[in-house]
Design a protein around this ligand. Structure first.
Ligand code: CUA
Length: 280
């Protein structure tokens, strides 16, 4: 359309230059007005109305995709971590496990301020708004680990409010989900057992839940299967040395987090870390 219009403009300019008198000649052209009415009014109306109806349908389809999806996951944003709840009542944090190949419906809420859910490789952003439930869906066709990020400034650790979507083949996902809903087992090693006792008596249990034990608080992430997670607090690879760093002084890693530096002595801390590593 642009080229046709530009071509007609050039032709008019060239003709006017070649014959200056003629450009002032306002002869009636027989087909001029009908042409303007058809090409300038009727055709654009038909095309734009068609595109409008088509995009309404498409928008509706996109918005409702995932409605009635077999997998519904609740994601609750907190300053500055993500609580993830599955329909079978499994609870996890900072990692959202999904099956590949079908739309997954997400229910997004917030425990405090406005956050925004964003996995650039899978879907556009959707806000977590306090007092409101937003719905969205996403779908991963390939198994893998997809980086997610809070996309609404929410305070000191906004940039470190990281999560991962981990997509499995459907059967593998079912296995993962069936394991994730299990309560924590009793650790076998004496060190870890001692750590469990310290965990329950210290302030750890005041904020964290380990399903199957007396620790049932939910101010911080659920730690039931902590050792199977790929990260600590979304920011550090889940390894013993990092765990030690984080638990000893969380503010050294994520300044501003609600978790205080540990009050445990070195031996107690070691035992608690043994316990956390035994939560598989
Ligand atoms: Cu949560 Cu930014």
């Amino acid at each position: 359309v642009f080229l046709v219009v530009a071509g007609m403009l050039v032709a008019a300019v060239v003709r006017a230059k070649r014959d200056p008198d003629r450009s002032l000649d306002r002869r009636e052209i027989g087909w001029g007005e009908p042409f303007i009415a058809v090409a300038g009014v009727f055709l654009p109306f038909v095309i734009l109305a068609g595109v409008y109806v088509f995009s309404l349908q498409e928008m509706n389809e996109l918005a409702n995709r995932g409605k009635g999806a077999a997998t519904n996951i609740e994601v609750i944003a907190h300053n500055w971590w993500w609580e993830v709840r599955y329909e079978n009542s499994a609870v996890s944090a900072n990692e959202i496990h999904i099956p590949t190949g079908r739309p997954i419906r997400l229910e997004l809420t917030s425990a405090d301020v406005i956050h925004s859910f964003w996995v650039p490789e899978l879907q556009v952003k959707t806000d977590h708004i306090p007092g409101r439930t937003n719905h969205m869906w996403l779908q991963a066709d390939e198994p893998g680990r997809y980086r997610g990020q809070c996309a609404e400034y929410c305070g000191l650790q906004h940039a470190n409010m990281i999560f991962y979507v981990i997509a499995h083949e459907p059967q593998e996902f079912e296995r993962w989900l069936a394991h994730e809903v299990e309560p924590a087992g009793l650790p076998e090693e004496a060190e870890a057992q001692a750590g469990a006792a310290i965990f329950m008596e210290s302030s750890c249990a005041g904020c964290h839940a380990v399903r199957g034990t007396q620790a049932a608080a939910n101010l911080g992430p659920d730690l039931t299967h902590f050792s199977t997670r790929t990260t600590i607090a979304g920011v550090l690879p889940n390894a013993r040395s990092n765990l030690h760093l984080f638990v000893r002084d969380p503010h050294g890693i994520k300044p501003g987090v609600a978790m205080p530096p540990t009050e445990l002595d070195a031996d107690e801390l070691d035992a608690v870390l043994d316990y956390l590593e035994a939560l598989d």
